[in-house]
Design a protein around this ligand. Structure first.
Ligand code: ME8
Length: 510
């Protein structure tokens, strides 16, 4: 009986553990997409792909954030009605998702009915619980950030006012507004961060959010009356809902909230991971959990704030006019290669072409030229084989933890190190010298090398899905076994391996 209960518990734990809901921000379609958008998307995609390979149930969401003054102005500038403008621009972001080969399960637009329904419901919950009240807002607003700033966050330059936080220009706003009682949430949020140490990662972002909350929270204006493009406040046609309260709700409207009995909501809320850029930390790490807690809903498990893609020393942004268009980069460098933009060339040449690419090419061509594309595993393995396997096990030990903590650099470094060690093993073992006098040993070295290549390819699969799939195809690894079972000690390739031709994977960049 006890055993049954315990195994039931284990199954329940496994079920819970195995669901991963991963999101990108919903992007403002107020202009062409840029590398910043591609960055959040590609990162989120890497995590989604990793957890699918880890046999988890994954739901990966991206989309567009289509309301607010910024979008209304962009539409006016283009001489289009806001919705017509958004239809056109949102499609460009959808195309980008396809071009980036994102594995998203859904693409939400905040102009969809399902989203209106969720935002209305959330508003009503907050209104009913007394967390929203009517008053008047007087203060600074940045259209570009769609954010309110305190006076101590504003500086004057050449007679104009700017946010010290983002550098974007701000204007003085005075209007009737509904407020969310954010001031009540200061201690509760601090308690929440305390209990959930890894709610915000990396640690520098966590500290940033905690310091902001410690500095004191003012009630937050959550409606506007001076323009019309947004979701109307329920029972009040004059006000539209603040675009951030609207946009953040996308994460639950995509799960069919307010129907909390819906399978999607039941399986995937709270979200496992919101991937965001550091500029929108405040909204995700402070406002969002406060809204949710006030509405009696669970906050997400993790907010991961990545850094900026720089152009020279500056953040790449539209207002600075230093944008790189991801579509152009992909056309020049290819899709798999554009993950590590900061050191793109070094990464393509040294990690991909010289290291992993070279390992695959040299083993595949040796097996083709000398063994008729077929290798059998030997009965005995040598000490150097054991050493390579042990070193590989040490390097793979922390991979799940690295991914769980969004420590992508560590993860990639460990996998590339496995590739490096395997290349070194082949150099040291010199299988080419064994062809005439010890075929059994030569085969063994090649079999182990092919097994290493299969492992590395699966581990690199979330990052370079196309190239790694080519290698796994050439190794005849069935799709169903392209998972992480080998991390738990299982073999990945059969005792007799038949391989196919492998074409060059990466072209070096001059
Ligand atoms: O913020 N480097 O949308 P967005 C890295 N609609 N990341 C960058 C970047 C750069 N140079 N520039 C922008 C919004 N980003 C809101 C989100 S979510 C409920 C609403 C990142 O289109 C930025 O940090 O302005 C953010 O993660 C994403 O691009 C979307 O920016």
């Amino acid at each position: 009986m006890k055993r049954m209960f315990l195994s039931g518990l284990k199954i329940f734990y496994k079920m819970k553990k195995n669901n991963f809901y991963i999101t990108t921000p919903v992007y403002y379609p107020s202009g062409e997409p840029h590398m910043g958008h591609a960055y959040s998307s590609i990162l989120a995609d890497v995590f989604a792909r990793f957890y699918r390979n880890d046999n988890s149930k994954v739901y990966f969401l991206t989309g567009t954030d289509e309301h607010g003054l910024k979008i209304q102005k962009a539409a006016e500038k283009n001489g289009l009605k806001p919705l017509i403008y958004c239809d056109k621009m949102s499609q460009i972001f959808k195309n980008l998702a396809r071009k980036l080969n994102l594995s998203n399960d859904d693409f939400i637009r905040t102009t969809e009915k399902r989203h209106y329904k969720a935002v209305n419901d959330l508003w009503n919950k907050l209104f009913k619980s007394g967390d929203i009240y009517l008053s008047k807002y007087k203060g600074w607003y940045s259209m570009s950030d769609e954010a309110y700033y305190n006076s101590d966050e504003v500086i004057e330059k050449n007679g104009k006012k700017f946010s010290t936080f983002s550098g974007s220009s701000v204007e003085w706003v005075e209007e009737e507004s509904f407020f969310f009682k954010l001031s009540l949430w200061q201690n509760k949020l601090l308690e929440f961060y305390d209990k959930n140490e890894n709610f915000i990662l990396p640690i520098s972002r966590r500290n940033e959010a905690i310091n902001f909350v410690r500095g004191g929270l003012k009630d937050l204006s959550v409606s506007r009356t001076s323009f019309t493009w947004g979701i109307k406040v329920p029972n009040n046609d004059k006000h539209i809902i603040y675009v951030w309260l609207d946009a953040l709700t996308n994460y639950i409207s995509a799960l069919n909230f307010p129907n909390v009995k819906d399978e999607l909501y039941k399986n995937f809320w709270p979200a496992s991971l919101h991937v965001i850029g550091k500029d929108i930390l405040r909204f995700h790490a402070i406002y969002w959990p406060a809204f949710l807690l006030a509405a009696g809903l669970k906050p997400p498990n993790r907010v991961f704030g990545h850094g900026w893609i720089l152009s020279g020393d500056e953040k790449m942004s539209k207002s600075k006019g230093n944008i790189l268009n991801p579509l152009e980069i992909i056309d020049t460098y290819g899709i798999d290669e554009s993950i590590s933009l900061d050191s793109l060339k070094r990464c393509i040449n040294s990690d991909l072409a010289n290291n992993y690419g070279n390992l695959c090419q040299r083993v595949f061509s040796f097996v083709k030229n000398n063994c008729n594309n077929k290798i059998s595993k030997a009965k005995n393995i040598s000490e150097s084989d054991i050493k390579l396997i042990d070193q590989t096990n040490i390097l793979t030990k922390n991979l799940r933890k690295d991914m769980f903590n969004q420590n992508l650099n560590n993860y990639i470094k460990s996998v590339i190190d496995i590739s490096f060690l395997t290349n070194k093993y082949i150099n040291d073992e010199e299988p080419w010298k064994l062809k005439s006098n010890n075929v059994e040993k030569m085969n063994n070295i090649l079999h182990i090398s092919l097994e290493q290549i299969a492992k590395i390819s699966i581990l690199l699969n979330p990052i370079i899905p196309n190239a790694s799939a080519k290698v796994l195809d050439a190794l005849n690894v069935p799709k169903i076994t392209r998972n992480h079972d080998f991390l738990d000690g299982n073999n990945l390739i059969p005792n007799v391996v038949q391989i196919n031709e492998l074409n060059i994977l990466f072209k070096k960049i001059a």
